[in-house]
Design a protein around this ligand. Sequence first.
Ligand code: FES
Length: 102
Amino acid sequence: MERARVGAVGDFADGAMVRVEAGGKAWVVARDGDDWFAFPDRCTHAKRPLSDGDFEAGVVTCVYHGATFDLRQGGKPTMPAIRPLACHAVAVEGEDVFVTLG
Ligand code: FES
């Protein structure tokens, strides 16, 4: 499975989302303590960037129409989004952070 290095641990503040480029696409990496999440920077509702929104306690809120995605429940959405957000694996190896792209 293809994966890409997206930065160093210090690039990702606890409780924040960071937009990164990998594999020719935009992604968001979010960190909540020791829990790391990665997902496409594209809301499943109207394809706007989720990196413009908020992240708190493992839940992303889209700033455009208010949908939320629970990353601890497989990206489970609330209205107006219907489709879950695709969550991708994050690996922290030493100081390096990798995202599985495929
Ligand atoms: S684009 Fe995200 S809720 Fe509409």
